[in-house]
Design a protein around this ligand. Structure first.
Ligand code: HEC
Length: 138
């Protein structure tokens, strides 16, 4: 990554701290080959990201599978359980609570590429965010 103002912010531990999770270091595989950074540490975190009201999934209580069941029976009340939901689905109940709402740190490679203008950008401004003092601490 070239050293622009944005990339210095991204890597600065007193500012964005983005690189703590979206790691900038090259990756070395078991054969000793070096690969470009993956922009993820491959872990899961609960950032407390609020609902994005533009996400069509919240209206899918009115859209049905062929058998008549709604795609999202909870509609606008649905909360993404993240990793905790997956662990519950495979019966690992003892790990559900500590992983509730955790999502995988995604790569940021080509994050701004979208198939069309109707797909909203992955920006915090597109979400209904609580004020900073109400944000969960990492
Ligand atoms: C504590 C770890 C952590 C830190 C620090 C962090 N992120 Fe993330 N980031 C995540 C996780 C986890 C997600 C996925 C959140 C979700 O799906 O709810 C994410 C998602 C994103 C996305 C959305 C990607 C997509 O494909 O939709 C962007 C963009 C992003 N982060 C940029 C940043 C920037 C810029 C910073 C610094 C200001 C930052 N992140 C700091 C963990 C982190």
């Amino acid at each position: 990554m070239k050293s622009s103002r944005a990339s210095r912010f991204f890597d600065d531990e007193t500012k964005g701290m983005c690189a703590l999770c979206h790691v900038l270091d090259p990756i070395e595989d078991m054969a000793g080959n070096t690969w470009p950074p993956a922009f993820t540490d491959f872990t899961f975190d609960n950032l407390g990201v609020p609902k994005n009201p533009k996400n069509p999934f919240y209206k899918m209580d009115k859209v049905h599978f062929d058998d008549g069941t709604p795609i999202n029976p909870m509609g606008a009340d649905w909360v993404d359980p993240g990793l905790g939901g997956f662990l519950a689905s495979i019966g690992m109940d003892e790990y559900v609570a500590e992983n509730y709402g955790k999502h995988k740190v995604p790569t940021l490679r080509n994050v701004d590429l979208r198939p069309g203008a109707k797909i909203i950008e992955p920006k915090i401004e597109n979400m209904e965010m609580p004020p900073p003092e109400k944000m969960p601490k990492a």
